[in-house]
Write a protein that binds this ligand. Structure first.
Ligand code: MYA
Ligand code: FAD
Length: 664
């Protein structure tokens, strides 16, 4: 029945002020009001409908995305939306498109690596979308190893130009989003060669297509790389291939903030570190962490609502069966994901602060916090995207068979999300960057250099190497100090063990390669410590709203106790806890699940998602699942006629043949 809220009873059980929780989730009242307003604007506009998206063939799907992106731009102009509002609108349109790369990477690359003059020239064009750009770094042969890129940019002093060239097949640019069919320009990463010397990778602004007829410019070969995983999903994006045949660009299209080439062809390295060339990646990794909480919370919202609607077994005397959310096994799979969504939200907020801080310092030529910012963005990107991709798939399973239907929203969400584990740095490669940072920190411990920020705990290494947990009863695991010390001791001991093993090798690089799996685990332990600490720090703030803080305390407890349970081997193996203390942690975890249960639906309501954004029958706000599933099935193209296309060619002859055989 329309208009009935099938989850109303669940909502009545809430022990906290949901509206206040919405503000905590959004980060501020301003953010909440902004998201609320723009998400409704998008949901109520038929121009942004998602109807039938997963059924469209590629060409139509792609054209539909172009239509939506252009329509979004039209609305942004008509409504005079600010930059912040426009970004929100694109977010709620919820369809990967070339605009993500234009706004998310092309513009940031010019801002971060261009000189003031270059920014003045290119940014106004890009802001008005008079040029459309992408980020062309990865090649067919190299993605993770940026220093291994092969495209060349050779300076020609005769003409004051760079010659951009793809010398081999493997040097073809491969993957850049927005490149295949849309971008007019790209920031291309190529080896800078001048006076016969190779100075490594640098960014160059290169025009690819005519601004008149959109044809590729002479020397440019460009196209789409082909269909990707999933129905609809990331196939709305034109990930592209690009080859250059001696394409000439003016010298001033080399992005020159980090290094310059003079009119005479002299290479000049400025006093900013070369790593700033990787700055756009650091920026995007930071945004990916916040985005992990968006994607995970969506999946969790669907699985939680459906788990309250779905009933299986346990009916007595014809009464109702049990809601599957009441099974402890369902809670043990679902509630840690709900807690993780909140945990990633808060660590994302903190990371945004860290990024802003490091950016301000860089502007003042203070590069001291860059290594930590790199380690944090790389490590947290890896940790949160891995957990989110796994979490979305778990949510699909939590919804049983119906989760496998596209109308559940989960298959497409997974297919769109899962490449986040690979793009912007493969998750294992990024963990090894964190491990390098940790090994460097451990090796400098005796030098008098005090570790600060997220590795400050290493400064208490002597204590952390020998302390033992003092937990005596289950509720002792609710003490923040007990928890933080447990995660610190585990991370510190795993890092020190790696460092000790590394010291047995004559060649440190060989040792690093041999011990890579252990090093990646130490990096995970360090990153989990950051997430746990930031959640606990959040709880030390003043949080208004009846019962809000208490709910967050429950979620925080579930997040760290679930990790402790899952990684028991690390905590026991490093000798910080006993098996009795591990078992007490598990007792406390179960108790927290019971506390969370009545609040589960309201905790996902606090995400404030519209049904348009969720795009899931199982996750509908009103819980009216079965009639809508039934209705949706009949919309499938296969059901447009009772007799299937192909019946006369394939099924009828079969049946006839069976009849003949039967008569024989
Ligand atoms: C709202 C906006 C939304 C936006 C959404 C956009 C849509 C998203 C859609 C998806 C779009 C997807 C788009 C895409 O996918 S774009 C393509 C993304 N590609 C990658 O992420 C490639 C990953 N590879 C690398 O980053 C490098 O090759 C690595 C790091 C692996 C090695 O590197 P390298 O070969 O150089 O060697 P090294 O390890 O000896 O390191 C040397 C030193 O440099 C330091 N170092 C390294 N890296 C950084 C850094 N970044 N900042 C600061 N420092 C850094 C490092 O600590 C070391 O320091 P030290 O030990 O010597 O002190
Ligand atoms: C959907 C999508 C969008 C993308 N968009 C863009 C874009 O807009 N612009 C752009 O430039 N690029 C883009 N990329 C490319 C992306 O950044 C790369 O694919 C990514 O950096 C991984 O590199 P790779 O493909 O070379 O993986 P590989 O490095 O080849 O990874 C293969 C395997 O090798 C392992 N491995 C590699 N090196 C090591 C090591 N040192 N130690 C241990 N294990 C290792 C990895 O863990 C992985 O298991 C996109 C990719 C995807 C999937």
């Amino acid at each position: 029945m329309e208009g009935v809220d099938y989850l109303a009873d669940e909502r009545k059980k809430a022990e906290f002020d949901v509206n206040e929780m919405k503000i905590v989730w959004a980060g501020s009242r301003h953010n909440f009001e902004l998201s609320d307003r723009i998400s409704k604007l998008v949901a109520n506009d038929p121009g942004f409908s998602k109807e039938g998206r997963t059924m469209l063939p590629r060409k139509e799907l792609f054209k539909n995305t172009l239509r939506k992106a252009t329509y979004a731009w039209k609305r942004i102009i008509e409504l005079r939306l600010s930059e912040e509002e426009a970004a929100k609108l694109r977010h709620f349109v919820d369809e990967p498109a070339f605009t993500d790369l234009h706004w998310g990477m092309f513009i940031p690359a010019i801002k971060g690596q261009g000189t003031d003059e270059q920014q003045k020239k290119w940014l106004p064009l890009a802001y008005k979308m008079q040029i459309i750009g992408c980020y062309a770094q990865t090649e067919l042969g190299h993605g993770s190893n940026v220093q291994g890129l092969e495209t060349t940019a050779t300076f020609d002093p005769q003409t004051d130009e760079f010659v951009i060239h793809s010398p081999t097949l493997t040097s073809s640019k491969w993957w850049p989003g927005g490149l295949g069919k849309v971008s007019t320009h790209a920031v291309v990463y190529a080896r800078l060669i001048t006076n016969g010397k190779d100075y490594g990778i640098n960014g160059f602004i290169v025009q690819l297509r005519s601004l008149e007829d959109h044809k590729p410019l002479p020397g440019v070969t460009v196209g789409d790389i082909g269909l990707k995983f999933g129905n609809g999903a990331y196939n709305t994006m034109d990930n592209g291939v690009l080859r250059f045949d001696h394409v000439r660009i003016p010298r001033d299209q080399m992005l020159m903030r980090v290094s310059q080439v003079t009119r005479e062809g002299k290479y000049v390295q400025s006093d900013v570190p070369r790593q700033l060339l990787y700055g756009t990646m650091v920026y995007v990794r930071q945004t990916i962490v916040s985005d992990a909480s968006n994607a995970l919370s969506r999946a969790v919202c669907i699985a939680t609502r459906y788990s309250a609607v779905r009933r299986q077994f346990g009916s007595q005397n014809g009464g109702q069966e049990i809601q599957v959310i009441d099974y402890k096994t369902q809670q043990n799979r679902l509630f840690p994901l709900l807690a993780s969504a909140y945990a990633f939200r808060f660590v994302g907020e903190w990371l945004k602060w860290l990024y802003t801080d490091v950016t301000q310092r860089l502007q003042a030529n203070d590069f001291s916090t860059l290594p930590e910012a790199h380690a944090c963005t790389a490590g947290l990107k890896s940790l949160t995207t891995t957990a989110t991709a796994d979490g979305i798939e778990e949510c699909r399973k939590l919804c049983g068979g119906h989760g496998y239907l596209c109308s559940s929203g989960l298959p497409e969400l997974f297919a769109v999300y899962v490449p986040a584990c690979t793009y912007e740095g493969d998750n294992t490669v990024l963990l090894l960057q964190v491990a390098r940072f940790l090994m460097k920190t451990v090796s400098q411990l005796g030098s008098g250099k005090k570790p600060v920020g997220t590795i400050a705990y290493m400064g208490r290494i002597e204590h952390l190497m020998q302390c033992r947990s003092d937990v005596k009863q289950a509720k002792d695991w609710l003490k923040p100090s007990a928890v933080v010390e447990a995660f610190e001791a585990r991370a510190a001991r795993m890092s020190v063990a790696c460092a000790q093993n590394l010291s047995k090798f004559d060649n440190p690089e060989e040792g690093f390669a041999e011990l890579a799996a252990d090093l990646a685990e130490a990096a995970v332990a360090h990153c989990q410590l950051i997430v746990v600490s930031k959640f606990i720090e959040k709880l030390q703030q003043d949080i208004p709203g009846e019962g809000v803080k208490q709910q967050l305390e429950v979620l925080c407890g579930i997040y760290y106790l679930f990790l402790l349970h899952k990684h028991q081997g690390d905590f026991l193996g490093t000798g910080y806890i006993t098996s009795k203390q591990a078992s007490l942690a598990n007792d406390q975890l179960r108790a927290l699940y019971s506390q969370l249960r009545p609040n589960a639906i309201s905790l996902v309501d606090a995400f404030n998602y519209t049904d348009h954004f969720l795009d899931s029958i199982l996750g509908r706000y009103d819980g009216n699942v079965y009639p809508k599933l039934y209705e949706a099935a009949w919309k499938d193209p296969l059901n447009q006629s009772d007799i299937a296309d192909g019946f006369h060619e394939y099924i009828r002859p079969l049946l006839k043949q069976q009849l003949r055989t039967a008569r024989l």
